[in-house]
Design a protein around this ligand. Structure first.
Ligand SMILES: [Cu+2]
Length: 143
């Protein structure tokens, strides 16, 4: 029984979701982790992290494709430095696009001015959760 409470305690200390923020630039008809002129790269984040899009130049926005669990749509930005945020709670590869310069392909991907956010499980949470469940299983077998 003592072990059972240990297991419950282990489950109780699961850390809150990470809550990091990744900056994605909007410029020159593309989305990129790099500021203007840098190579185009897509964001890879943990569950609970936030993507903050920032307009470097031009007139752009960010909108999720239809039919995915993550749903967002920013205003069309014209003022450099304008930002929009979305926090991701679902694991997967989520496509988005700029309404004037990209398009929803209708199959949960996008073309033209488009990008992806890849959301992976929070590693720390997985380890702690796994350890907690293992202890719980052990405790049940012994009681
Ligand atoms: Cu655009």
């Amino acid at each position: 029984m003592k072990l059972f409470f240990t297991a419950v305690a282990a489950l109780a200390v699961i850390p809150a979701v990470a809550g990091n923020t990744v900056l994605v630039h909007m410029y020159n008809f593309d989305f990129s982790l790099n500021p203007s002129g840098g190579p185009v790269e897509d964001a890879v984040i943990n569950v609970g992290d936030t993507v903050r899009w920032i307009l470097d130049e031009g007139m752009h926005n960010t909108k999720s494709v239809a039919g995915i669990p993550e749903v967002w749509e920013s205003p069309l930005f014209e003022v450099p430095g304008s930002t929009f945020e979305h926090t991701f709670m679902n694991v997967g590869v989520w496509w988005y696009y700029c309404t004037p310069h990209g398009f929803d392909l209708g199959n949960q991907t996008a073309g033209g001015m488009a990008g992806t956010v890849t959301v992976v499980p929070e590693p720390a949470t997985c380890v702690v959760l796994g350890a907690g469940l293992a202890i719980l299983a052990l405790a049940r077998r012994r009681s």
